[in-house]
Design a protein around this ligand. Structure first.
Ligand code: BG6
Length: 473
């Protein structure tokens, strides 16, 4: 008997902005993710420190073309089907449905594109798991309203949800409202279309945007259930437990604070109210949450059905500000007990079991691991085959750890979608060479290559894992 429940949703995950391409096809409008360049200015743009509202000739913009899944999706989904995927997590590009974000009528060509894609999934026995926004925001809304800083975006997001829930009723059951909602605080332009004026209070802007997204997320849950009571709506967190560097109580407290910063969003989305620790901390910092009449009731009433998260690494905190750090987006104190990937992301399978347990203890709702994987450089042979034992090793250990959480700890887990099941553009670095996939895509960091897809060694490994419901690793 398998340690994973029957019907466990094995699969893979991608996001529109990192694989779809076709940025100016099918009536699609321009989004923040399109104008984030590869190379030296990437972080400044993602942070909202450098305004980039359009393309220039100096930079290369990888999201414009991605891996051209816009034209290859049938071939790609067939490969997912061959691996035996039970689910495929993907995101909708808002600008395919509403090119500017505030039109009265949606763009039929964009709606049809995803309808065909979802039907293609079902043809292969794959249940789509759809992220409504994975880091994308229409540029028009950013220029006109300032992105999620503006409350207007709540009603525009509601429009989007109304349209897609109705159109895809019966085709999609699992929805995620915002990918890694906590990213607003780390990469605000990428996370919520925020850029900052000289002298602007950035923290105030970020928490204002966060409040708007939290209310929008609750309203999306409400609409999803009204349209179809079978819909299951989840929140999504960039997870990874923060450990204290030592048993010094000061380190322990630092770690507790870091964990709370991360839990904050999910506390609201799952428990239905701003936690006291956050309200007090924000008040001390002089930050005002722009509550309007009815917001608290909406947050309370429409909490999520399940909690999804990404897990790549645990983190570590110390009260000593001079400690050496590792990683990029979530820079954390280096843990001397762990090895790291080429990008400094520390590898910690047991940390996944710890994270699963802590999330389940805290929320007591079903969990879903919607991202996990190893970004690594691959060297294909002449046929595009890659002997990626390093990736298999990483995944094997993480699957074991999640099996322990399910079997030995009783954590309720709906599924596991490995990140970047087909090679795609890295969100943090914009590189193609940071590869996660079971499927190799011939494309380099400058956008050269044939786009040919080929199976890596891990393709057959994962196929076997799914076929045996996680028994043969
Ligand atoms: C998560 C994101 O932060 O991590 C994905 O939801 C991203 O979009 C993934 O791709 C891995 O990060 P990176 O920077 O290696 O692509």
């Amino acid at each position: 008997m398998s340690r994973f429940p029957e019907g466990f949703l094995w699969g893979g995950a991608t996001a529109a902005n990192q694989c779809e391409g076709g940025y100016n096809e099918g009536g699609r409008g321009l989004a923040n993710v399109d104008v984030i360049p590869h190379g030296k200015d990437r972080f400044a743009v993602m942070l909202g420190d450098k305004k980039m509202f359009d393309f220039d000739n100096e930079h290369y913009y990888p999201a414009q073309t991605g891996i051209d899944m816009y034209h290859h999706y049938k071939e790609d989904i067939a490969l997912f089907g061959e691996m035996g995927f039970k689910t495929y997590r993907l995101s909708i590009a808002w600008t395919r449905i509403f090119p500017n974000g505030d039109e009265a009528e949606p763009n039929e060509e964009g709606l049809k594109f995803y309808e065909d894609l979802f039907k293609e999934c079902h043809k292969h026995g794959i249940e789509p798991l759809v992220t409504i926004t994975h880091f994308d925001c229409p540029m028009y809304l950013i220029e006109k309203y300032g992105g999620w800083k503006n409350r207007k975006l709540i009603s525009l997001y509601e429009n989007l949800c109304n349209v897609i829930f109705r159109r895809y009723k019966g085709l999609v059951k699992y929805w995620l409202t915002f990918n890694e909602i906590n990213m607003i605080l780390h990469l605000p332009f990428m996370g919520a279309g925020l850029y900052f004026e000289e002298g602007e209070n950035k923290e105030q802007a970020m928490y204002t945007a966060a409040h708007h997204e939290l209310v929008a997320s609750a309203l999306a849950t409400k609409i999803a259930h009204e349209v179809d009571p079978n819909n299951m709506v989840g929140c999504m967190l960039a997870a990874g437990e923060t450990y204290p560097y030592s048993c010094n109580p000061k380190d322990v407290w630092k770690a507790a604070e870091a964990n709370r910063d991360n839990y904050f969003f999910i506390d609201v989305q799952s428990r239905g109210a701003y936690p006291a620790y956050a309200l007090l901390d924000l008040e001390r910092k002089g930050i005002k949450i722009p509550f309007e009449d009815g917001d608290k009731e909406v947050l309370k009433k429409y909490t999520v059905d399940f909690i999804s998260f990404s897990y790549y690494s645990s983190r570590c905190a110390s009260a000593d500000p001079k400690m050496e750090t590792a990683g990029n987006v979530f820079a954390s104190v280096k843990n001397p007990h762990l090895q790291a990937s080429e990008w400094g992301w520390q590898i910690d399978p047991l940390g996944l079991r710890i994270t699963l347990n802590n999330l389940y203890d805290r929320y007591q709702k079903p969990l879903f691991i919607v991202e996990n994987g190893l970004g690594a450089k691959d060297t294909p042979d002449a046929d595009g085959y890659v002997e990626d034992d390093y990736r298999i090793d990483y995944l094997r250990e993480h699957v074991k750890a999640m099996g322990d959480a399910v079997e030995l700890d009783g954590v309720e887990l709906l599924g596991y979608t490995m990140w970047g099941c087909i090679d795609l553009v890295s969100a943090s670095t914009g590189e193609m060479s940071k590869r996660y996939g079971f499927i190799y895509v011939d494309r380099d960091d400058e956008g050269n290559g044939t786009l040919k897809r080929s199976k890596k060694k891990s393709f057959d490994w994962y196929k076997k894992v799914i076929a045996t419901n996680g028994e043969e690793l």
